[in-house]
Design a protein around this ligand. Structure first.
Ligand code: FAD
Length: 392
C-alpha cells in the first residue's frame, strides 16, 4: 500500500500545478495519470507555443452556471502570479493579441516548468496508471489502480473534460463526482468550429482558407475577431469564441464590423455607377469571398446604378447581419474545451473542496468553469490548482 498525504489524479495543467503547491507546503504528494506522457494538451496548445495566460483575465471571461464561483481563485492566484513564475524560469514570451501571452519558443517550456516545480516540491509524477476504484474510509481515500493500492488523506480530481479524446480525455472526473453525490451539469463542446448545412458548406468549401475580420453574435454576446472558412465549415477565433455561447439556432455574423457597407455602396453608386455589385464587393472583401457571398445570399449582380435604395439597404443588412444556422459543431474531436461539468454548487470557491466530502477536491476543466479562447483556460487551471494546493 502506497501512503500519501495527497493524491492528484490527472497530470495536466491543473493537476501538476496543484501537486507542486501542495508539495511546497510539505505535503507528501503523488500525481497519477493514465497517459504515457504528462501535459499533452499543454504541448499541443497555442500551435505548440502555449497561450499560457491572458493579461486581462477577469471573471467576465468565463462561462459557468455560477459566474461568481471563479472569482475567489482568480483573485487568490492571478495571471500576474503565473507571469512572475514564467519570468523566474526565464521563459521568453510575447503578447500575440488581446492580452494573450505565448511562449516565444515552445510549449514544452511550460511543461518543464511544471515538472521542475513538482521536483522541487518532492511531488512524484506517475504515468500509465489506470485508476480502477476509489473508496472513502474514515482515514481517507483508498485507490485501487493498475499499479497497486494507494491511500491518501486528500484526493484532487484534475482529469479535465471530454475534449480531444485522442489526447487522453475521459469522463473519469464526472464519474468520481457522481460517485460522491456531487451534481454534474450537462457537458458540451466549446471553442469548436461550426459545421454547416450542405447548401452553405459546399460553396464555402470552395473558398476554404479565406479569413475575414467579423463580429459574431448570439445569446447577447459578441466577439470581434477573425472568421476562417474551412472545407468543413466555419472556424477561426470569432467562431470558436461564439461557439461556447451557441445553443442551436442562428448566429449573426457582421462581415464588415469596421466599415458601414451602406455608406460605401451609396458613395460607390454615385462615383462609379457602372461597376457591378461583384466588383464593388471585391473592394470590401477578398474577390473569391465577394463572389461566393453574392451566390449564397442571392444578391443581384448588376451595375450599382440599377440598384434602388431598398436593394442597397437589403444588401448592407445581409452583409452586416448574415444569419447562419450551423448544422452543429465538430464536437469533442476538435473542441478546445468542455462546457459544463462538476456543478460548483457542491464545491467551496475558496478551497475547491467538495462541501459534503471533506478531502475531495475538483480543479481545472472538470469543473463547470470554462474560459474564452485566449489563455483563460490555462489561467483557470493555474488559479484553481494553486488554491486546492493550499488546502489539500
Ligand atoms: P487536462 O490538461 O486535460 O489534463 C487532464 C489530465 O488527466 C490528462 O493528463 C489526462 O491524461 C488525465 N486523465 C484523464 N482521464 C484520466 C483517467 N481516467 N485516469 C487518469 N488520468 C486521466 N487553453 C489555453 O488557455 N490556452 C491555449 O493555448 C489552449 N490551447 C489548447 C489547444 C488544444 C488543442 C486544446 C485541446 C486545448 C487548449 N486549451 C488552451 C485548453 C486547455 O488545454 C485546457 O483547458 C487545460 O489543459 C485544462 O487543464 P486540466 O489540467 O484541467 O485538464
Amino acid at each position: 500500500m502506497n501512503k500519501r498525504d495527497v493524491i492528484v489524479i490527472g497530470a495536466g495543467a491543473a493537476g501538476l500545478f496543484c501537486a507542486a503547491q501542495a508539495g511546497q507546503r510539505g505535503r507528501n504528494v503523488e500525481v497519477l495519470d493514465h497517459a504515457k506522457k504528462v501535459g499533452r494538451k499543454i504541448l499541443m496548445s497555442g500551435g505548440g507555443r502555449c497561450n499560457f495566460t491572458n493579461m486581462y483575465t477577469g471573471p467576465e471571461n468565463f462561462l459557468s452556471a455560477n459566474p461568481h464561483y471563479c472569482k475567489s481563485a482568480l483573485n487568490q492566484y492571478t495571471q500576474w502570479d503565473f507571469i512572475g513564475l514564467v519570468n523566474d524560469y526565464n521563459i521568453a514570451y510575447h503578447e500575440k493579441t488581446l492580452g494573450q501571452l505565448f511562449c516565444d519558443d515552445s510549449a514544452s517550456q511550460i511543461v518543464d516548468l511544471l515538472l521542475n516545480e513538482c521536483r522541487k516540491a518532492n511531488a512524484t509524477v506517475t504515468t500509465r496508471c489506470e485508476i480502477l476504484q476509489i473508496e472513502k474510509h474514515e482515514e481517507g481515500f483508498y485507490l485501487n489502480t493498475s499499479l497497486g493500492e494507494y491511500q491518501c488523506e486528500s484526493l484532487v480530481i484534475a482529469t479535465g473534460g471530454l475534449s480531444m479524446p485522442k489526447l487522453g480525455a475521459t469522463p473519469f472526473g464526472y464519474k468520481v463526482a457522481e460517485q460522491f453525490g456531487l451534481n454534474v451539469l450537462p457537458t458540451r463542446a466549446g471553442l469548436v468550429p461550426f459545421t454547416l448545412p450542405p447548401e452553405l458548406k459546399e460553396p464555402l468549401a470552395a473558398i476554404s482558407g479565406i479569413s475575414q475580420p467579423v463580429r459574431t453574435a448570439c445569446n447577447n454576446t459578441d466577439f470581434l475577431e477573425d472568421l476562417l472558412i474551412t472545407h468543413r465549415g466555419l472556424s477561426g477565433p470569432a467562431v470558436l469564441q461564439i461557439s461556447s455561447y451557441w445553443e442551436g439556432g442562428e448566429v449573426s455574423i457582421d462581415l464588415s464590423p469596421q466599415e458601414d457597407i451602406h455608406e460605401r455602396l451609396n458613395t460607390a453608386k454615385e462615383n462609379q455607377p457602372n461597376i457591378t455589385l461583384k466588383t464593388f464587393l471585391g473592394t470590401c472583401f477578398a474577390k473569391r469571398l465577394a463572389e461566393t457571398l453574392i451566390d449564397v445570399m442571392a444578391m443581384p449582380n448588376v451595375p450599382l446604378k440599377q440598384l434602388n435604395q431598398k436593394q442597397l439597404t437589403d444588401i448592407a443588412r445581409q452583409l452586416h447581419h448574415w444569419q447562419v444556422k450551423p448544422s452543429g459543431t465538430e464536437g469533442y474531436r476538435t473542441a478546445e474545451v468542455t462546457l459544463g461539468g462538476v456543478n460548483t454548487d457542491g464545491l467551496s470557491s475558496k478551497t475547491m473542496e467538495a462541501k459534503q466530502v471533506p478531502g475531495l477536491f475538483f480543479i481545472g476543466e472538470v469543473v463547470d468553469v470554462t474560459g474564452w479562447l485566449g489563455g483563460y483556460n490555462f489561467q483557470w487551471a493555474w488559479s484553481s490548482g494553486w488554491v486546492a494546493g493550499q488546502h489539500a
